[in-house]
Design a protein around this ligand. Structure first.
Ligand code: A2P
Length: 332
């Protein structure tokens, strides 16, 4: 790829967008021109890229003239409305929202797993749900070794997954509670500080939330495994950054902890941190701002046949969002 790509970041002032700009810089993506886009509220604000100040512009239908790659992270509604204009202008879209993830014309990519699917794109590529991407970083190598059948999982999701306003809300609530002031939830339906909310995304008729079904639906596409099943409970926790997932996975073939550890050693993008005797296991605090996800607490599941229980953690702004999106752009 030549050094002169014009790269638009839609949602440049948001939690993921800001990270995308940092990742582009850190990985020396061949950006000739950076075009940070956000709502009219943010037009005129600035971001810093490679030591230079770049002005944020309002996103409009005409924003994509001359853009080669457009990284979208401003929510599904914005992607639905504006991604077609980007494609029409000749840009390739890498979309972090859920809008196109189940569209058969749109490859859904975790580069370490199904990077080859990139070549099937028709202008738009989708970045998976953050919890799904982080879980699959550990589950997929195990699947290759033992053949996964189904998964039961619970997530412990950081507030940054909701966006910049949710980070501010947790900070404000911690300050208010510490100062003895009453708490006023606004982003979440309940107080998030010193609490956990078994509620991420909207509820479906089945009683699951949309977020909970993403693991099954998106993993089927990413692993090319249409019969894969996942029953997930997604929980929002008062952690600023990095998601953790408790996974119980049942396999076709017999498993052992020793073999699982071997399979999970040396996987690109994944670190094995599994030494309970030394209190060593993945922690959201320690994977925050790290590119690699971590897996640990690997044990034989005592309630299922041919099954493993394990714990994965990863920075959802990076592997779960910005890093994965830039990795997809790199494959292009
Ligand atoms: P803005 O800061 O101008 O509202 P987060 O996920 O952290 O909440 O960030 C959401 C991102 O999406 C922000 O950059 C936000 O810009 C952007 N955004 C929200 N609504 C629009 C819109 N109508 N047009 C363009 N960008 C939008």
């Amino acid at each position: 790829m030549s050094r002169n790509k014009t790269v638009a970041v839609v949602g440049a002032t948001g939690a993921v967008g800001a990270e995308m700009i940092k990742v582009l810089e850190r990985r020396q993506f061949p950006v000739g021109k950076l075009l940070p886009l956000a709502s009219a509220r943010s037009a005129g604000k600035t971001v810093t890229f490679r030591g230079e100040t770049v002005t944020v512009q309002e996103l409009t239908e005409n924003s994509f003239e001359g853009v080669d790659i457009a990284l979208f992270s401003a929510g599904a509604g914005i992607s639905r409305k504006f991604a077609p204009f980007a494609v029409k202008a000749g840009a390739i879209v890498v979309d972090n929202s859920s809008e196109f993830r189940m569209n058969p014309d749109v490859p859904l990519i975790v580069p370490e797993i199904n990077g080859g699917d990139v070549k099937c794109h028709k202008g738009i590529l989708a970045n998976p749900n953050c919890t799904t991407a982080i879980t699959l970083m550990a589950l997929y190598p195990l699947h290759k070794a033992f053949g996964v059948k189904r998964v039961i999982a619970s997530s412990y999701q950081a507030v940054s997954g909701t966006g910049a306003q949710a980070i501010a809300e947790l900070r404000q609530q911690v300050e208010d509670i510490t100062a003895g002031r009453p708490v006023q939830p606004s982003v979440y339906p309940h107080q998030i500080a010193f609490n956990v909310l078994p509620h991420v995304d909207v509820f479906l008729d089945t009683g699951y939330t949309k977020e909970e079904m993403k693991m099954q639906n998106e993993a089927r596409r990413i692993m090319h495994l249409p019969a894969f099943k996942a029953s997930v409970t997604c929980v929002r926790v008062p952690v600023y950054r990095a998601h953790s997932i408790s996974v119980n996975a049942e396999f076709e073939r017999p498993v052992s902890v020793e073999e699982a550890r071997k399979v999970l050693t040396g996987v690109p993008g994944l670190q094995l941190v599994d030494d309970p005797a030394q209190n060593r296991y993945p922690l959201p605090l320690y994977v925050a701002e790290k590119d690699d996800c971590q897996v640990g607490r690997i044990r034989l599941d005592c309630a299922l046949e041919n099954a493993l229980a394990f714990w994965v953690a990863g920075d959802q702004l990076l592997k779960g969002a910005a890093l994965n999106a830039v990795q997809i752009a790199e494959l292009l």
